[in-house]
Write a protein that binds this ligand. Sequence first.
Ligand code: BGC
Length: 444
Amino acid sequence: MLSSVLALLAVAPFFVNAQSPVYGQCGGQGYTGPTTCASGSTCVYSNPYYSQCLPGSQTGSTTTTTTTHSSSSSSHTTTSTGSTGSSTPAAGNPYTGYTVFNSPYYASEIAAAVENITDATTKSKASSVADIPTFIWFDQVAKVPQLGTYLAAAQAQGSKSLVQIVVYDLPDRDCAAAASNGEFTIQDNGQANYENYIDQIVAQIKQYPDVRVVAVIEPDSLANLVTNLSVAECSAAQTTYIACITYAIQQLNTLGNVYMYLDAGHAGWLGWPANLQPAANLFSSLYKNANSPSMVRGLATNVANYNALVASSPDPITQGNPNYDEILYIQALAPLLESAGFPAQFIVDQGRSGVQNIRSQWGDWCNVKGAGFGTRPTTNTGYSQVDAIVWVKPGGECDGTSNSSAPRYDYHCSLSDADQPSPQAGTWFQEYFVTLVTAANPAL
Ligand code: BGC
């Protein structure tokens, strides 16, 4: 027995070097490591920078250029208090009376993750996350054809189905950071590529006029234009971002069934008193210059962040900002928007906000350690300005890699409050997902 173990140890390094472990990297731009996966997992293309070994039946496969999608799906009905705002956009609260379609892609990620959890209680809690409505991100044009599949499945579920998507493919995306830089660059035909991406989304949705769509538009982009114009990439992207977002909202507006919320950062970003008026000016001027598209319902806040909608007390890292949680930020911003001609309503991401006071700095955003799944999606928000609490970031998908030699490395992902080692943004981060499950508040 002992000798066979020693014999195995002698040859093991060759196998270790030749194959990536489950959830390890197996391909991507600039990557030189193994392109085959450990037994029981398959190499799945995730983005131009990353392919990942995900649990699955085929063994030792090489990089493919397609993503896997499960055909299974389930749904969850939200209840509604309806909108009571005195000044609301033409379109009402899109969630009222509608059943939200659950992302089959997220369900497939969770199904794979659950296979690698041994504790029975954690396993069952983890499985239940697939039944909680979470937005579907279109972070690459190659994913857009899947939208039609989802819309068809949503339509098959009933007459009042709602699909939640994130429009996220701006050229020179994530201009103030590196972790989520995208596939298009301004220099290389970025605006035309983006318009084509939007046209493809529009073409898909056009085929399903009876399915309602809620779209979060371009996380972080306009917030970067409010506060980060000192970053060269952001000032260089300013005109293009505005042109692209204007194009997106005008085209999506023509469909009549797409309700849009522009991303508005979070309390610790645009919620600082000095940033509120500049933010209101930017959102309202963009909205008015686009001819006040009636299906722009308002703003999405806290996307992929960790702030509470209502914090019981200010986290010390909020350093005296009177708007130390999302509702205080919203209540401070809304009147400024209204008087600038943009009567906005809000949706707020609470997907990873279950545990508070976990960050060393308010600006830390990358895989913050100790986070737990948060308040479940609902229209019972308690606040007339807030249409719904939603889960936008699919918890378990990574915020960015901690590998300092990777092309999209961002130092935030190596800070002491960032969970490490972490894979590329958007790919599965098993250990992080398990923590979100076990630390969920309310408990799963
Ligand atoms: C990543 C995207 C991903 C999204 C949702 C972002 O940080 O860059 O690729 O789709 O998160 O997980």
